[in-house]
Design a protein around this ligand. Structure first.
Ligand SMILES: C[S@@+](CC[C@H](N)C(=O)[O-])C[C@H]1O[C@@H](n2cnc3c(N)ncnc32)[C@H](O)[C@@H]1O
Length: 286
């Protein structure tokens, strides 16, 4: 791990991504605010969307709803409720990527809208379904919808791991949900931040403090962030939900299933059988 780089002055969030910036990036832990994180992650996902969809598209499926690398499927989990109750529901998917989950929701008779920061990720949705799922390019921290527009919201590793101010996203989700609405989101399990992000045995030894919230930042040789992830402890995540005004109903920690022999970055059968990799928060708006 590198030492933190020079202090970075964030560029405007609308600035176009530079396709060359992460060729020489180095990883570090340092502060990264809302604007810098959004700018870096928009650029990273635009540059890496094609490779990401090639690498993970088969596992994700074009119209499957998977909550994370363990492969927990909404068909069995029913965290958004029984499938038959999804008919006619307005659903917002946040950080939708290629909108695989939205496509599954549409197949159940729901009316999904897929939102993502990355234009290139959303283009993969168009490639798959030629525009069947409505798409919105926006930041999860400023949802471009009227109050009470949705019955349900969901996010499978979308936005929440990447934003500097997750409570702001949760307040926005609460605002656009109707009373009685539900929001379910998955993130990297907080305990994983104490271990190296490696699928093998080296990923089983604690090397960092679980309590160190300093963001993981990949930066170019001028200290500009080109990718950012934000760590929250389990308690932080619970607090974010509660202070946003949502009610926490459940925290699901999917166990690694025997059928899944596939590695996904630092997620592997070896580690998955020993430590949790994903945390799924089920929240409701009263
Ligand atoms: C790991 S992907 C998850 C997408 C999909 N569920 C999947 O499994 O492929 C994370 C997505 O979050 C999006 N994202 C990151 N930060 C965001 C933000 N602030 N607002 C909206 N989307 C964001 C990225 O562009 C990316 O498409």
């Amino acid at each position: 791990m590198q030492e933190p780089g020079p202090t970075h002055v964030p560029a405007p969030a609308h600035e176009d991504a530079d396709p060359a910036v992460d060729d020489e990036s180095t990883a570090t832990r340092r502060d990264a605010g809302t604007t810098e994180s959004a700018r870096a992650n928009r650029g990273w996902w635009d540059r890496n969307a094609d490779e990401y969809q090639v690498e993970h598209g088969t596992f994700l499926g074009d119209d499957r709803f998977v909550w994370g690398p363990e492969g927990l499927d909404e068909v069995e989990a029913e965290l958004l409720g029984p499938a038959e109750e999804l008919v006619g529901k307005d659903v917002l998917e946040i950080g939708a990527g290629a909108a695989q989950c939205s496509r599954w929701l549409a197949g159940q008779g729901a009316r999904p809208v897929a939102l993502d920061l990355s234009h290139r990720q959303l283009q993969h949705s168009l490639r798959i379904d030629e525009g069947r799922v409505p798409l919105v390019q926006a930041d999860a921290g400023a949802l471009p919808f009227l109050d009470g527009s949705f019955d349900l919201a969901c996010s499978a590793y979308g936005a929440l791991p990447f934003v500097a101010d997750p409570a702001r996203v949760l307040r926005e989700v609460r605002r656009v949900l109707r009373p009685g609405g539900r929001f379910v989101f998955s993130v990297t399990h907080p305990v994983r931040w104490a271990f190296p992000d490696e699928p093998g045995p080296e990923g089983l030894t604690v090397t960092a403090s679980y309590f160190d919230r300093t963001p993981y930042v990949e930066q170019d040789d001028e200290g500009r962030a080109v990718y950012v992830e934000h760590h929250r402890t389990l308690g932080d995540r619970v607090r974010d939900v509660v202070t946003s005004g949502l009610r926490l109903v459940d925290v699901v920690e999917p166990e690694w299933p025997a059928w899944n022999t596939q590695e996904w970055g630092g997620w592997s059968p070896l580690r998955g059988n020993l430590i949790p990799g994903t945390a799924i928060f089920v929240c409701e708006r009263d």
